[in-house]
Design a protein around this ligand. Structure first.
Ligand code: ZN
Length: 484
């Protein structure tokens, strides 16, 4: 036992040394519970004081591999997620996860999140209501009863399926107005993301002013990046909403000064959330979602997908830095399902020119969404041909770009995350891009492949090498000492 302990503390030291503390480090408030007992005032047990649950929405393993390859081409730090596999900090476990839902081998985000959140597989589009109509209490509601603070951070509307799966019950994920009200009723302590349209009285169907309702309940309401640090330092409850719908793709945020000034990165939101949740209380459970990895993959948009995965990884790094300074935090890093079937495909004789082809992705400076938004509504074939060549870095045959320009002009909406011009563009470019870059996609939909899961910290030992998504809920409740 002693030997084991020594090995563990050595690994921890090594792990700490390898985590360079960047500007993302959590402030002093985050360290107050470092040596605290895991016994809570209400007498409940539990091995973990805190849980940090990171979910990259819609991440095929090919997305993770291409993100790592992209990062090594740009010369940045290796991915924090994969760094966990090198370091294997104390309590490190790794699993393949079966992501099926109650009614399909291919899940959507609401059913996948509900499996984790409520412990039961539900039909796609449902949130913690099973096929027999029974409601299952989500993890944040359970965690609140133990005296812990609860939080949700997402680059989607904060009322979107994945964050909602930890806190809401409804048979339709589309009832986002209702989900905004449920968060308030259930006293979720911290919400950071997009989704103004479900809080603003002028946008909600019932005309209710949710900002006023949250303020009345004591929440600090933040609408601009500038206000977040101060609000987070003051603690919870906190509601921060930075966009009308989903937050911008990271690649567009990075290249648009106005967006960068107004919208924080996912890593910043995560760091602020941890700061606020550790300000007081008996630990916390926080879900952090890199939501737009899924949206980029639906559109088969490499640049959007990979930059959002990088932003997600930066958030994971911030979480690991927090957890590395203490032994009371369970960290889980995973995805809910694959999307688009993203893979790097071998090119050239014996795949020898694959790297050369893949390098071509380095030049992308915008998502398909931003590219299309930058074009006039009536897209002339010549302008489109030239603009697309500038965007992609190579020319497509003129008959293809001509047809595409016509299709895009005829579509009522060209932008947006689902089923719009971005999908048309991504679908039409699937084969040319595969040929040029090696990046391939199988569809615009979700996929049924098993996904990767990494966990470390107290409670991680309950993760089995092959785990169903609904079993993960019991890992969470076990770590928190919740028996019922
Ligand atoms: Zn999706």
């Amino acid at each position: 036992m002693i030997e084991k302990k020594r090995t563990a503390s050595f690994s921890r030291r090594k792990f700490l040394q390898n985590l360079t503390v960047s500007g993302l480090a959590v402030g002093a408030g985050g360290m107050t519970g470092a040596a605290a007992s895991t016994r809570r005032p209400d007498g409940s047990g539990g091995k973990a004081r805190n849980i940090l649950f990171f979910v990259s929405d819609g991440m095929n393993i090919g997305t993770l591999q291409m993100t790592a390859a992209f990062r090594s081409l740009t010369g940045g730090k290796p991915l924090a997620w994969l760094g966990l596999y090198d370091e294997r900090p104390p309590g490190f476990t790794r699993a393949l996860m079966d992501t099926a839902s109650a009614n399909s081998p291919v899940t959507d985000s609401s059913a996948a999140g509900s499996a984790w959140g409520g412990g039961t597989r539900v039909n796609n589009r449902s949130l913690n209501i099973d096929p027999r109509g029974r409601a299952h209490e989500p993890i944040l509601v359970k965690a609140k009863r133990t005296g812990r603070k609860t939080g949700l951070v997402s680059t989607a509307r904060i009322t979107h399926a994945t964050p909602a799966s930890f806190a809401a019950n409804t048979d339709s994920r589309d009832d986002e107005d209702g989900i905004a009200a449920q968060y308030l009723e259930r006293g979720i302590n911290l919400l950071i993301g997009g989704g103004n349209e479900h809080f603003d009285p002028a946008r909600r169907e019932d005309g209710r002013d949710m900002y006023a309702a949250y303020r009345e309940a004591g929440y600090t309401v933040v609408r601009h990046r500038d206000m977040l640090a101060k609000a987070a330092a003051a603690g919870t409850p906190l509601l921060a909403v930075f966009g009308d719908s989903h937050l911008p793709y990271e690649i567009d945020r990075l290249h648009t000064p106005e967006l960068r000034a107004r919208v924080p990165s996912l890593a910043t939101m995560t760091t602020r959330a941890i700061r606020a949740l550790t300000r007081s209380g008996n630990g916390f459970v926080l879900q952090v979602e890199g939501a737009r990895v899924d949206h980029g993959a639906h559109a088969n948009d490499f640049a959007a997908t990979i930059h959002d995965q990088l932003a997600f990884d930066d958030a994971v790094r911030a979480g690991l830095e927090f957890a590395a300074g203490r032994d009371d935090t369970l960290v889980i890093v995973t995805t809910d399902h694959g999307t688009g079937g993203a893979q790097l495909n071998g090119r050239g004789p014996a795949y020898s020119t694959t790297g050369e082809h893949f390098r071509k992705v380095l030049q992308y400076r915008a998502s398909y969404e931003a590219f299309l938004r930058g074009l006039p509504l009536e897209i002339g074939p010549e302008l489109f041909h030239r603009s697309l060549a500038a965007h992609l870095g190579f020319e497509l045959p003129e008959d293809l770009t001509g047809t595409l320009a016509e299709r895009l002009t005829n579509e009522r909406t060209r932008t947006g995350s689902h089923g719009s011009g971005t999908w048309t563009l991504g679908g039409a470019l699937r084969l040319p891009l595969l040929h040029e870059t090696g990046v391939g996609w199988t569809s615009h939909g979700h996929t049924g492949d098993y996904v990767e899961l990494a966990a470390h910290g107290p409670g991680a030992e309950a993760v089995t090498p092959f785990i169903r998504n609904d079993e993960l809920h019991h890992v969470l409740t076990g770590a928190l000492g919740i028996t019922a």
